[in-house]
Design a binder for this molecule. Structure first.
Ligand code: PMP
Length: 407
């Protein structure tokens, strides 16, 4: 990999070369979605200009090219997460759809009255609500796993919750609201010890941590392309082969069948059993291009760089009276979530936007977590590989301005 240089990488992202409200854009909303490098934009355009056709069925050159590129993209994702086989990678719209697929397909056939699904207090709504829906339908129960005041999963509390009634533990790899990196491998071992399965919501992890589904020893891993410098509308569900083989289809339709008759329908093999209808071919190719792009970057150095921006933020935060960081996880990615006394998060967000600085404000789709910290929401700056020390300084200049204006 080339040596890491955030300012140079920034030039690969055309969207960042603009002014917003008369100021050069500072984009600090990467946990919501990351920007896309030129290579990804170009790959999608190239596909539509040259190769667009439907996959897996055509008897013509374009269809062959589209199918080859689409299946190569699956191989790329498979290698990226160290899957034993590419057929264990199911294309979905994103993390939300991946979790709903597991909840519907695995959940409805494996959960019953008295069973429990453990879900941490750190979870995004998309790793809570699907479990509530499937539990309501099956008579199982969602039980929250407590967290510590710092925003780490309380491992001792997890131990007391784990018993043979627990069928699934659903946790994120990295929290989108606090940046916590969870000890997934350890949680997987604990879950397996009582015969439970573990689903990992990897939406926030793939851009910051190496992901190796075999080393993590998880049963399901879900992520979204758009948080990984790839396009929206594409993501992947990874599952253990024997689980996916045993699971009933999620959606019915074309592609997912072997034969259809009114006497009875048989289903396709993996991964197609779970991919009803025409897939999002272009964006699968776009996602693979993003992964290839990241392959040329020292991602360990990128993660260190992002943590450096977090450290810089924490240092500068000491100079802002009434600024309180929410959570202080043992291990985290470059996410800085805070509240400012006397300034509503959305007012601060608006004032920063006027200065060309994009942050996220609100509950971050983690209302139980916000309730836990007794805040209506936070202001969140989430760092990516193209952010620089200058971006952090601009953020704090904006915060100081807000303090002068609102207090
Ligand atoms: N889980 C986490 C931790 C997330 O941050 C997000 C996106 N904010 C999701 C799940 C949902 O991802 P998507 O909207 O791409 O389906």
């Amino acid at each position: 990999p080339r040596t890491f240089d955030a300012a140079a990488l920034r030039r690969d992202f055309p969207i960042l070369q603009q002014e917003v409200n008369g100021h050069p854009l500072v984009y600090l909303d990467n946990a919501a979605t990351t920007q896309k490098p030129e290579a990804v934009i170009e790959a999608i355009a190239h596909y539509y200009r040259h190769d667009n056709a439907n996959v897996h069925r055509g008897a013509h050159a374009l269809s062959d090219r589209a199918t080859a590129a689409f299946e190569q993209a699956r191989e790329t994702v498979s290698r990226f997460i160290n899957s034993p086989e590419a057929c264990q990678v199911i294309w979905v719209r994103g993390t939300t759809e991946a979790i709903n697929l597991v909840a519907h397909s695995w959940g409805r056939s494996n959960l019953g009255p008295g069973d429990k699904v453990l879900v941490s207090w750190l979870e995004h709504h998309s790793d809570i609500v699907p479990w509530q829906l499937v539990c309501a339908a099956t008579g199982a129960e969602v039980v929250p796993i407590p967290i510590t005041p710092e925003g780490d999963i309380d491992m001792a509390a997890l131990d007391t919750l784990l018993d043979e009634r627990v069928k699934l533990v659903a946790v994120n790899h990295v929290s989108n609201a606090l940046g916590t990196v969870n000890p997934v491998q350890e949680i997987a071992a604990k879950a397996h010890a009582v015969g439970a399965r573990i689903l990992v919501d990897g939406a926030q992890a793939t851009a910051h941590c190496p992901v190796d589904v075999q080393a993590l020893d998880c049963d399901f891993y879900a992520f979204s392309g758009h948080k990984l410098y790839g396009p929206t509308g594409i993501g992947a569900l990874w599952g253990r082969r024997e689980l996916l083989d045993a699971m009933p289809p999620f959606l019915g339709g074309g592609e997912m069948i072997e034969t259809v008759s009114f006497e009875g329908t048989t289903f396709n093999t993996l991964p197609f059993k779970f991919e009803a209808g025409t897939p999002n071919i272009a964006d699968a190719i776009g996602l693979a291009t993003a992964i290839d792009y990241l392959g040329g970057i020292d991602m360990t150095a990128a993660a260190e760089h992002e943590l450096g921006l977090l450290a810089q933020s924490l240092e500068l935060a000491k100079g802002v009276e009434g600024l309180r960081r929410i959570g202080a996880p043992k291990e985290s990615v470059g996410i800085f979530s805070f509240v400012l006394d006397g300034v509503h998060p959305s007012d601060l967000g608006m004032l920063l936007d006027q200065q060309g600085i994009a942050v996220r404000t609100g509950h971050h789709c983690t209302q139980p977590l916000m309730a836990h910290y007794q805040v209506p929401g936070t202001v969140r700056a989430s760092y990516a590989l193209y952010n620089t020390a200058d971006d952090v300084e601009r953020l704090f200049a904006g915060i100081h301005k807000a303090v002068r204006l609102f207090r």
